[in-house]
Design a binder for this molecule. Structure first.
Ligand code: 5GP
Ligand code: ZN
Length: 111
């Protein structure tokens, strides 16, 4: 997708601070972190949101998140995975992405 911001990041046309990379998935730091650690994990295949993402691609993204979080303190201390979808979900970039937040005590929902 030529006009997709995250496809441009995948192609290296826009710089990113990568923390994970394999044949299927990349993980990089969010430019406006909402927690001490805030990463975005995306599949190399473009899809608009999780409802449009294939089951295989989703599994590969979650395998990547698992591998990444097991390789550092996130796994031990805990973390949060979020994917915002469309308007009510406040999605702003329409290439499916999973926020991985942690590195500090997060607020619970409703607290
Ligand atoms: P959404 O609002 O769609 O769930 O999440 C989009 C995320 O992408 C936001 O947290 C925003 O800070 C991040 N973001 C937007 N533009 C860029 C960029 O150019 N580079 C990086 N690394 N993150 C970005
Ligand atoms: Zn894209």
């Amino acid at each position: 997708m030529d006009d997709c911001l995250f496809c441009k990041i995948l192609k290296g046309e826009i710089p990113s601070d990568k923390v994970f990379e394999n044949d299927h998935v990349i993980g990089f730091k969010d430019i406006q972190p909402l927690a001490k650690e805030h990463y975005l994990f995306i599949h190399r295949n473009h899809s608009k949101n999780v409802n449009e993402m294939s089951r295989d691609d989703m599994a590969q993204v979650f395998d990547a998140i698992k591998e990444f979080t097991q390789s550092n303190e996130l796994e031990n201390n805990g973390f949060r995975v979020v994917s915002n979808i469309n308007q009510h979900g406040c999605q702003s970039v329409f290439h499916t992405h999973f926020h991985v937040l942690g590195g500090e005590q997060l607020k619970g929902f409703g607290s």
